[in-house]
Write a protein that binds this ligand. Structure first.
Ligand SMILES: [Mg+2]
Length: 220
C-alpha cells in the first residue's frame, strides 16, 4: 500500500437530507414552472434522466443571480442536528462530503450561511449568461450512463480506495444507485422505500443526523 487508508467517509445527499426541503425543486418550481410539470412526470416515470431534464429546463428559465440567491436564502433551513454531527465527525477523523444532483449556487449559499463552507461538495453547476439566461454544466456526469447530471456512484467509486468504510446518507431517487456501492446506508423517504424492497447493503432508517451521530459515537 502506497498511501495511508483513512477510516470512514460519510457521503451525504443535500436536498431533503441536509437541507430540510428540496431547494432545487423549489427553485425550478418558482422560476421554470410551466415547463416543469411535464418534465417532472417523465422523470418520475423513469423515462427521462435528470441531466436531460436540466437541459430541457435551462432555456426556459429567466432569472438573475441576485433574485435566485434571495429566493434560496428563504428556504435555507438545514437538519437541526447536522452541525453537531459534522463537528463530531471532524473530532473522530471522519470525512464528510456532499454528493448532489442539485445545483452548486444554492448548496454553496446555504452551506456558507451555516458556516459550513469548508465542506467539499460535488454537484451540477449553474452558469449565468446575458439577459437573465442560464445554463447548467455537468462536470460530474458519467458519459457511459448519462442519466444523471451528477453521477453520485462515480464519485463514490473515486473514493473507494481511500477509505475503509463509506457510509451513505440520503432520501431520494438519485441516492438509490450510489447507496448500493456503500458499506452502510442511512435512508429516509424514497431511498428508504427502495431499501425496504431490496438492498444488497445494510441500511438503517433515519429521521435526522442525530442518528448518524449516534452511530459514529458507538462504532468509530
Ligand atoms: Mg435528496
Amino acid at each position: 500500500m502506497f498511501f495511508q487508508q483513512k477510516k470512514v467517509l460519510v457521503l451525504s445527499d443535500f436536498d431533503g437530507t441536509i437541507s430540510r426541503v428540496d431547494v432545487g425543486d423549489g427553485v425550478l418550481g418558482r422560476f421554470a414552472q410551466k415547463c416543469r410539470e411535464t418534465i417532472d412526470r417523465e422523470v418520475v416515470k423513469g423515462n427521462m434522466g435528470s441531466r436531460e431534464a436540466y437541459e430541457k429546463i435551462a432555456p426556459l428559465v429567466r432569472v438573475d443571480a441576485g433574485r435566485l440567491r434571495a429566493y434560496v436564502l428563504k428556504c435555507s433551513a438545514i437538519d437541526p442536528f447536522f452541525v453537531r454531527f459534522y463537528r463530531l465527525a471532524a473530532k473522530k477523523g471522519v470525512d464528510v462530503k456532499i454528493v448532489s444532483d442539485g445545483l452548486d449556487f444554492y448548496i454553496r449559499a446555504i452551506l456558507d450561511k451555516h458556516r459550513l463552507g469548508e465542506i467539499e461538495f460535488y454537484s451540477n453547476n449553474v452558469v449565468f449568461g446575458e439577459q437573465d439566461t442560464l445554463r447548467f454544466d455537468f462536470p460530474r456526469a458519467n458519459v457511459l450512463c448519462g442519466r444523471c447530471g451528477t453521477c453520485k456512484s462515480r464519485i463514490l467509486h473515486e473514493h473507494r480506495l481511500m477509505y475503509e468504510k463509506i457510509i451513505y446518507v440520503g432520501d431520494g431517487r438519485s441516492d438509490i444507485c450510489p447507496s448500493q456501492y456503500a458499506d452502510l446506508i442511512f435512508a429516509k423517504g424514497e431511498l428508504l422505500k427502495k431499501c425496504r424492497q431490496e438492498s444488497a447493503v445494510p441500511y438503517r432508517a433515519f429521521h435526522d443526523f442525530r442518528e448518524v451521530s449516534e452511530y459514529l459515537k458507538k462504532n468509530v
